[in-house]
Write a protein that binds this ligand. Structure first.
Ligand SMILES: *[C@@H]1O[C@H](CO)[C@@H](O)[C@H](O)[C@H]1NC(C)=O
Ligand SMILES: *[C@@H]1O[C@H](CO)[C@@H](O)[C@H](O)[C@H]1NC(C)=O
Ligand SMILES: *[C@@H]1O[C@H](CO)[C@@H](O)[C@H](O)[C@H]1NC(C)=O
Ligand SMILES: *[C@@H]1O[C@H](CO)[C@@H](O)[C@H](O)[C@H]1NC(C)=O
Ligand SMILES: *[C@@H]1O[C@H](CO)[C@@H](O)[C@H](O)[C@H]1NC(C)=O
Ligand SMILES: *[C@@H]1O[C@H](CO)[C@@H](O)[C@H](O)[C@H]1NC(C)=O
Length: 394
């Protein structure tokens, strides 16, 4: 009896001795639910697309609601972990930064408004196009252009999408679309994809893969927005199997334009340098920096940092709207060691459809990420020194 409680005491001392404290956080987010971006949706199908209240590419009121829930959750979490103490943190403690697009600014404002109600927190943004978020090619050499095109074409050729194209053609009733009847592009499987890369612009793909991605993007947003299931893709995407029948098209598109080595390194450089500065320059850095950008920013940053393949449970998107890559610098008080931990924090599709509010009892999903250059331990921590070394090689 005595021995038993002695052992228990020893165990609890050992546990309480090793305490890790969250010191610094950088949150890289994608804007929340927006209206579809593509201008040519009506060309792709004889069917009528759902109508949206907001302008093309704008954050929807559902997106604002969901991003507000994220703000509420993160504010609670950051307080629980002790990174934020004050009710209304000042800019040198919590700094919010968004791209100039309406959907990114409105998302960041929704996050801050709900996370820090009745505080006067400004969302910082540039006046014009912000190079940190602009997913353009920076390298002007023709050699680079050739290398990138080769990488993209290699990836395009490796995709096996026949079955997905056929499934999407059926959903769209593509043979009766204007694309087919007017433009004579009638076969997603055999029509050609073409990649374009040039200095100062976003990499571009024309052809059936781009078209498919645009249609699927609309289905994904309709689903998050909470359109009735018989209206999402005209009632043809009820279950996981049906989504899985087409989602490879969207993944393939994003992999081709953003998820190859050379292009991701080049495109994400300004954002990577900004984040690197936040972690390496130890003077005057806010404890929490919240950055609101686009899928292109997340794809290229994750690839260029060497993130290992990951799977987001309950999500069709690899880089979901409202999802956040959360870089956390932790300190182990027992052996005075710093660590980096990276989680993908996001809400699952069903929760978004239903508009479920987040809280400490009902948190968003956390999926641990690992970088090739920073081996994690059982708790998901990698050594800060390894992370720093990795940042310096990028
Ligand atoms: C510090 O202690 C933790 C356990 O509290 C352990 O996981 C980690 O490996 C230690 N770090 C070093 C550098 O010894
Ligand atoms: C809120 O902050 C802005 C910019 O920091 C400042 O111009 C404004 O006066 C503040 N408003 C209130 C009510 O404190
Ligand atoms: C541009 O690309 C070329 C070819 O890949 C490479 O050698 C060069 O270092 C790149 N320039 C910059 C500034 O990254
Ligand atoms: C896909 O379709 C193309 C064009 O019809 C055909 O050449 C190719 O063999 C098909 N591939 C597979 C894996 O079915
Ligand atoms: C760190 O930040 C300070 C103040 O913002 C700046 O003056 C300095 O150049 C930065 N240091 C590095 C190494 O970037
Ligand atoms: C990028 O490509 C890799 C390898 O093809 C894949 O495992 C990973 O899931 C992709 N990343 C994203 C964010 O889609």
């Amino acid at each position: 009896m005595f021995l038993k409680s002695f052992i228990l005491l020893c165990i609890s001392v050992a546990i309480s001795n090793s305490e890790v404290i969250l010191k610094q956080v950088v949150i890289l987010s994608r804007h929340n639910v927006r209206t579809p971006l593509a201008k040519n949706l009506a060309m792709m199908t004889p069917k009528i697309w759902p109508t949206w209240k907001e302008k093309r590419g704008y954050l929807t009121s559902k997106g604002e609601l969901l991003e507000g829930f994220m703000g509420e959750y993160f504010s609670l979490w950051l307080r629980k972990e002790g990174v934020l103490a004050e009710l209304c943190p000042t800019e040198d403690v919590f700094f919010a930064y968004a791209n100039t697009a309406q959907r990114t600014m409105a998302s960041a404002k929704a996050f801050v408004r709900k996370g820090f109600p009745s505080c006067n927190i400004t969302v910082y943004h540039k006046e014009d196009k912000d190079p940190i978020f602009d997913p353009i090619v920076h390298n002007d050499s023709t050699v680079f252009r050739q290398q990138v095109l080769e990488e993209m074409q290699l990836h395009l050729r490796s995709l096996v999408l026949n079955h997905s194209y056929e499934t999407l053609e059926n959903i769209l009733d593509y043979k009766k679309s204007n694309c087919c009847e007017i433009d004579n592009k009638c076969d997603l499987v055999t029509d050609k994809n073409q990649a374009f890369v040039s200095f100062g612009t976003k990499p571009y793909l024309s052809g059936p893969l781009k078209l498919s991605k645009s249609a699927i993007d609309s289905f994904i947003m309709e689903n998050y927005e909470g359109f009735p299931l018989n209206e999402v893709a005209w009632g043809q995407l009820w279950n996981m199997n049906q989504w899985n029948g087409i989602i490879a098209l969207s993944r393939g598109y994003h992999d081709v334009i953003f998820n190859t080595t050379l292009i991701s390194k080049d495109i994400s450089k300004p954002l990577r340098d900004y984040i690197k500065e936040l972690f390496i320059n130890e003077t005057n850095i806010p404890k929490v920096v919240f950055i609101m950008g686009h899928d292109a920013n997340l794809y290229t940053l994750l690839n260029s940092m060497g993130v290992k393949p990951y799977n987001l449970k309950g999500q069709y998107e690899k880089v979901p709207v409202g999802g956040k890559v959360v870089f956390q610098k932790w300190f182990d008080t027992q052996n005075s060691t710093f660590y980096m931990k990276i989680d993908y924090v996001y809400q699952n599709t069903q929760g978004m459809r239903e508009g479920l509010r987040l809280s400490m009892e009902n948190p968003p999903e956390f999926t641990l990420l690992e970088l090739h250059g920073c081996k994690i331990n059982d708790e998901g921590f990698c050594l800060w020194d390894d992370f720093k070394k990795l940042l310096n090689t990028l």
